[in-house]
Design a protein around this ligand. Structure first.
Ligand SMILES: [Zn+2]
Length: 671
């Protein structure tokens, strides 16, 4: 008896250590990862770009979004109140609106993890109480179904499992940060219901998963509770895909079948990222979570292929994914909000849903954990500084759903394009993207570092303080000082560490050709290689200083020769930031199509543009030529160039100065 009590206390002791250190994905005990997560709140931005964004997130983005979703504009909380019998009225909002609300709650928890404002928890407790009342006795919870739509689990496009996924994830994060069980208990009751419904694997539900966030949620719940049924169920949702005949069925609408929902081929056999980009990338991210626990080789090989396919054949220079609003897959299925063919990269009509871009970063974050290679963190950064952040305005109150790389007045009939808009909107009827982005900004400091077996990896740069425990339990404190991404000088000071030797992995971004690395003022004996981690191993002591200088010259970028849409065009990138040119920075009435970039353009920096969020702009002389747009084709004539010194702004900061035209890619004038 005494012995078993000891065992129990050891197990409890171990689980306390885990919970204390649990990250945004808790891979602290996952057998098949190379890098583990730091604890939520271990890293805090101190000043500079990400500190300002986090501050805005805490002060404006999260509270403002809360007021939308709890009020009558968003109506998300109302749906729960009505389902709980506390209010009258119909369900309003999209079928996935519960999931949007859980994402906002998750954002609030991340903010609490940093600022420990007890008012946040008190409000969440109130909300959780209402959600608990809305939940059915059998654990079912999805208000759009409870308030009048079809019977539960009969029509997959109702997104019940999407709501499930965000419920489980949000509740796990809430438990991890607060130690409270109130939200977690709702999630467990719901997951048990999912297990009872899907684990027998009834044929009628064999194709039921749609936007499969439930896979990530179930793995996180397994990690939180240790209950293996949830991991088993997560794996079942992967195995079900691609197993059935693809044809319309009672629970399957005709327009959303086949490649659109990644059911044409089993995941382990797949070679191409297809279909709805958010569905695909959430599916892959969930499968990466399953792999981290099971170590199944066929699964990770498929994920490796798919990651390469996305990043090297279907991704925009901004890290964005999902080239088309409507189209067809390479196997002929109608697809929507989706990946198109390889190297098919339109700019004006690029869809690039904010969620898809963020999912690309989420998938990459999981692959970073699995393989410990810096190329994954390159994508996380690329997305966050470009096509992720473009989803929200500089004031934190307006949102883009779609993130094209070019915008031209009058070129598109936006009245027919529901989710595509010429500028950011104060509310989106389909509200999946805004809380997805806000929760990612709120948790981004947790992505900044990882824990290799014996040391720490620096994934993202930005001024911060880290206080974490290495995998052996020893305390590590670091201070990072930098004005990145506007300046490439990064200084990391060791403040506290164990006396034994350990590794510091520094990401050398794939664009950093000539990085310089010094330890305590002396050149490091490790040569930094772009696109890899530089691994510094030594007995560190408090006061040791690592200095990394990344080359930050602005450069013209060109695309793969098979991308027809950017043939003989260039984009501008400085460090990880992609720039664009926007009509407020051109002479009045100049079309964005009239802008050409000389191949020998020289750049001047214009730092601290406060109206655009203290970004660094670039200035360079472009060549303007008025294009004749009256006929489809015309004879090439002699060009009349007008030189003009124009300002280029970071892509993420466009559309903050009224309705404008914008382009990332410009024709090159070779000189
Ligand atoms: Zn979205």
């Amino acid at each position: 008896m005494r012995f078993s009590a000891l065992i129990v206390s050891l197990i409890i002791g171990a689980s306390i250590v885990r919970a204390d250190q649990a990250g945004v994905i808790d891979n602290s005990s996952s057998p098949h990862v190379t890098f583990r997560s730091i604890g939520i709140g271990d890293c805090r931005w101190t000043d500079g770009f990400w500190a300002e964004k986090f501050q805005l997130c805490q002060d404006v983005m999260v509270p403002h979004m809360g007021s939308l979703l709890k009020g009558d504009v968003g109506h998300a909380y109302n749906n729960f109140k009505i389902a709980a019998g506390l209010k009258d009225g119909p369900h309003q909002g999209m079928h996935w609106h519960d999931g949007d609300f859980y994402k906002w709650m998750e954002s609030a928890v991340y903010v609490y993890a940093i600022n420990r404002d007890e008012k946040i928890l008190a409000e969440l407790d109130e909300i959780i109480d209402v959600i608990g009342k809305a939940q059915l006795d059998n654990g079912y919870l999805s208000t759009q179904i409870q308030l009048g739509a079809p019977e539960p689990w009969t029509a997959r496009n109702y997104h019940e499992l999407y709501n499930s996924g965000h419920l489980l994830t949000s509740a796990c994060i809430h438990h991890r940060v607060t130690g409270k069980r109130n939200f977690l208990d709702i999630a467990i009751k719901h997951a048990d219901h999912l297990y009872e419904t899907f684990q027998p694997q009834p044929e009628r539900l064999a194709r039921f998963g749609f936007n499969q966030t439930q896979i990530m949620g179930l793995v996180e719940l397994y990690r939180t509770t240790g209950d293996k049924r949830y991991l088993r169920l997560a794996e079942i949702f992967i195995n079900m895909r691609g197993r059935s005949r693809v044809e319309p069925g009672p629970s399957v609408r005709h327009s959303t079948i086949g490649d659109m929902v990644q059911e044409r081929k089993p995941l382990r056999m797949e070679t191409e990222a297809v279909g709805h980009a958010v569905l695909a990338l959430y599916f892959y991210a969930g499968a990466a979570d399953v792999y981290a626990e099971t170590g199944e080789q066929a699964l990770v090989e498929a994920l490796d292929r798919l990651w390469e396919n996305v990043v090297h054949k279907k991704m925009y220079i901004t890290g964005a994914c999902g080239q088309t609003h409507h189209g067809a897959s390479s196997r002929g299925d109608a697809v929507h909000e989706a990946f198109a063919g390889e190297y098919v990269m339109p700019n004006l009509t690029a869809y690039n849903e904010t969620c898809a871009n963020l999912c690309n970063a989420m998938f990459s974050h999981r692959m970073l954990g699995i393989h410990g290679e810096s190329k994954y963190a390159d994508i996380m950064e690329l997305v966050m500084l470009n096509s992720g952040l473009s989803g929200i305005s500089v004031d934190g109150r307006q949102y883009f759903y779609s993130n094209p790389l070019r915008s031209i007045h009058g070129a598109r009939d936006y009245s027919a394009l529901n989710t595509e808009t010429p500028d950011r909107q104060p509310y989106l009827k389909c509200f999946c993207c805004p809380p997805n982005l806000v929760r990612t900004i709120a948790k981004l400091s947790s992505w900044a570092y990882s824990l290799p077996e014996n040391g720490v990896a620096v994934n993202l740069y930005g001024a911060n303080e880290l206080e974490t425990r290495l995998c052996d339990g020893s305390t590590l404190r670091l201070r990072q000082e930098t004005d990145y991404p506007w300046d490439g000088a990064i200084k990391i000071t060791v403040q506290q560490c164990k006396s034994d030797a350990f590794d510091v992995h520094l990401r050398i971004p794939d664009w950093a050709d000539a990085a310089q690395l010094r330890i305590n003022g002396t050149a490091a004996d490790v040569v930094p290689v772009a696109g890899q981690f530089a691994v510094l191993t030594r007995k560190w002591k408090p006061g040791d200083v690592i200095e990394l200088d990344l080359p930050m010259q602005a450069r013209l970028m060109v695309g793969h020769p098979r991308i027809e849409e950017v043939r003989n065009q260039a984009a501008v990138q400085r460090g990880p930031v992609v720039y664009c040119i926007e009509s407020p920075d051109l002479p009045k009435d100049t079309s964005i199509l009239d802008v050409n970039v000389p191949s020998d353009i020289e750049w001047k920096l214009e730092p601290g543009i406060s109206e655009l969020g203290n970004v660094t702009a670039l200035r360079g002389t472009v060549l303007l030529r008025s294009e004749d747009n009256r006929s489809m084709y015309r004879v090439l004539d002699e060009s009349q160039w007008q030189e003009y010194e124009a300002r280029f702004v970071p892509y993420h900061a466009w559309s903050n100065r009224g309705l404008s035209e914008m382009t990332v890619w410009m024709p090159i004038v070779w000189r």
